[in-house]
Design a protein around this ligand. Structure first.
Ligand SMILES: [Mn+2]
Length: 408
């Protein structure tokens, strides 16, 4: 049995319910902090509502990554340590829990999703009772079917899911009863997600701005210098530059799939161009990367932001696939006028098929069997993304639509 499952079950002998609060699979700072704050809120609310019965429900804040993957979430580990003095051994990861063991004795599992609104894995593990999120609805059909049993708080315009959860925290507690350490945790998370309220990136609404103002007032002399804290967080987030291509891609990754199990990964980079990452891809066995992860296509989103001086933001986008039909459909979707991306291809513009020769992973072609026709031919296309306000929240629905409409 897993160490943590064992510990939980021993501590709660009369357990009849486990309520797990789950963040999204990218496990970025917003997701991790949303998870911890929401855990605090639901367990606190339940104490007040259920009173004597509380000992029968166990609450677990669960980071939606394995312990191995947690290592690469540098800014999450750093900021939790810095603000709350929480060490990674206090955090619970996916592989710390053995759900079969927990459910053995008829224990019911309830699930709250934060910072995402669809989770196949946890729909099977338990019953989803609440969603609090700022992404586009990923599976509208499922949400409609379950709308009566799920409490839903969704605001897709807000920069940070933590903003929504902080508002609820302040609603439950008198504002001045929230510890400074928690206020700082919220502060940094919202700053990072809104790109320090950059006007150019426009990843915020009045709700985020209002929240930061409120935090300033509550923290008084302890309020952080925004640009400085933001810069620190970005530096830590990028501190693991020696990561190889696969580790780099996994740092902030979401995977989407269709009903047939076709998988497309979207990696989001911060402080690095997708073009640069593509350079790293040329040095690895790309086919192995695709096969091991079962990807049919892979997308990299780059972001360079300098909020210190010029408030300059640049974004680029890379698409890689060996499936030409899927490649074409995704290109069409991304390049369409309505995509909100405003893409300009980079590379050899004069070449009618610029994507053909960008990667062309030499190792695969060269090392293929005597019959060269068997080699898998990967195509890559790089664009400058002129609409810098569009993040993965914009790209993901386009990808899902291509998957949903079917491309083969
Ligand atoms: Mn988020």
């Amino acid at each position: 049995m897993h160490r943590k499952t064992n510990k939980y079950l021993q501590r709660e002998a009369n357990l009849n319910t486990v309520h797990v609060v789950v963040g999204n699979e990218a496990c970025d700072l917003d997701s991790a902090v949303s998870c911890l704050l929401m855990f605090h809120i639901v367990s606190k609310m339940s104490d007040e509502i259920n009173g004597k019965d509380k000992s029968r429900t166990l609450y677990i804040p669960l980071l939606n990554v394995t312990r191995d993957q947690l290592e690469s979430k540098c800014e999450v580990l750093w900021f939790l340590q810095k603000t709350l003095n929480i060490d990674k051994s206090f955090l619970t990861c996916k592989d710390d829990i053995d759900w079969v063991e927990i459910k053995k004795n008829g224990i019911e599992v309830l699930v709250t999703l934060v910072d995402h609104n669809f989770n196949e894995e946890f729909s099977e593990i338990g019953r989803i009772v609440e969603i609090i999120d700022h992404h586009q609805v990923q599976n509208p059909q499922w949400l409609i079917e379950n709308q009566n049993s799920i409490r839903l708080s969704l605001d897709t315009s807000v920069g940070s899911c933590t903003t929504l959860i902080a508002e609820r925290l302040f609603y439950i507690y008198a504002e001045h009863h929230v510890a400074d350490e928690i206020l700082l945790l919220i502060y940094g998370t919202v700053l990072l997600d809104t790109i320090c309220l950059s006007e150019k990136a426009k990843r915020f609404t009045r709700r985020d701005v209002y929240l930061l103002k409120k935090l300033d007032a509550l923290l008084g002399s302890k309020k952080p210098a925004r640009a400085e804290l933001y810069k620190q967080l970005v530096e830590v987030k990028n501190s693991a530059r020696e990561l190889n291509f696969e580790q780099l891609m996994k740092r902030d990754l979401k995977v989407f799939k269709d009903v047939h199990g076709i998988r497309i990964g979207i990696a989001s980079l911060f402080g690095m161009e997708a073009k640069e990452a593509l350079g790293l891809a040329a040095n690895i066995d790309l086919d192995l990367f695709f096969r091991q992860n079962n990807y049919e296509a892979f997308i990299i989103m780059g972001l360079i932001a300098d909020c210190d001086h010029s408030d300059s933001i640049s974004r680029d986008l890379v698409l890689i696939s060996a499936n030409s039909r899927l490649f074409e459909e995704l290109c069409k979707a991304f390049q369409h006028d309505t995509s909100k991306l405003d893409l300009a291809p980079i590379g050899s513009d004069s070449n009618p098929d610029p994507e053909d020769n960008i990667i062309n992973n030499k190792r695969i072609v060269d090392s293929s069997s005597i019959d060269g026709n068997d080699s898998i031919h990967y195509k890559a296309r790089i664009w400058l993304q002129r609409n810098v306000t569009s993040s993965r929240k914009v790209v993901a629905p386009l990808v899902l639509k291509v998957l949903h409409d079917g491309f083969s």
